[in-house]
Design a protein around this ligand. Structure first.
Ligand code: BEZ
Length: 226
């Protein structure tokens, strides 16, 4: 199985380190970052959960109205032991909780439903590992982004935050963000907006980049509402 952009994210009941709940209840009216892991007590995963923990503690998700949840296919008891290692790894010895829940998907039902099994990297007994998936879900519970990394490559969570900034901006305004865009930089006017509408909508004005085709499709404007 798997999900396409725009699909409603499954409203499964999940067992987590913070209790049992339905995913849509957890999202509420916020955005969600859902990220999965091959297994507990693995080195790359430990760095990833520690990195996300620091970003949550620094308020990077809260100020964007984003909830975070992780998934790993081991038990809650295993997650609880591993959390101590994750905290020790980031210099917080003795701390036994994380600022976000980890789902226990022991029978891999969510991993299968979300198309996250990695047929290339298998565990010691030959069972496919869960890939490093990231799903971003909007307050409307629809899937806005999906990326899949192999077990051997840790993710860049600053990139996930950059994408959230773009998704939130482009959901409000008829703009798109160019390659390597960072929050605050100029954005591109959506090709669906005519030149005359652009002059009205974008009060900061816009400039068109001259290209050999003579087509006026690269139109830049200041980031709206900055
Ligand atoms: C890790 O998280 O370190 C890892 C997990 C599975 C395969 C390779 C690395």
């Amino acid at each position: 199985m798997g999900l396409n952009l725009g699909d409603i994210f499954p409203n499964e009941t999940v067992k987590t380190t913070e209790g049992i709940f339905k995913l849509h209840d957890y999202i509420g009216n916020k955005w969600l970052v859902f990220f999965s892991h091959p297994a507990d007590y693995t080195p790359v995963c430990t760095t990833e959960l520690a990195t996300v923990s620091k970003l949550v503690e620094n308020g990077e998700f809260e100020k964007r109205g984003v909830k975070v949840i992780a998934l790993s296919c081991d038990s809650i008891i295993s997650h609880e032991g591993w959390i101590k290692d994750i905290n020790a790894f980031q210099g917080c010895d003795g701390k036994n909780n994380l600022p976000y829940p980890i789902i226990s998907d022991e029978n891999r039902s969510l991993a299968i439903m979300l198309g996250m099994l990695d047929e290339v990297d298998k565990d010691k007994s030959g069972i496919p590992l869960t890939a490093r998936a990231v799903f971003i879900v909007g307050p409307d519970k629809k899937l806005k982004l999906s990326v899949l990394y192999p077990a051997t490559t840790g993710r860049n969570f600053n990139e996930i935050i950059r994408v959230i900034d773009s998704l939130q901006l482009t959901s409000k305004y008829s703009v798109a963000t160019p390659a390597n865009w960072r929050n605050g930089e100029d954005v591109m006017i959506s090709p669906t907006v005519s030149d005359s509408d652009a002059s009205v909508k974008f009060t900061k004005g816009y400039r068109t980049v001259d290209v050999p085709s003579g087509k006026r499709y690269i139109r830049l404007t200041g980031q709206p509402h900055l």
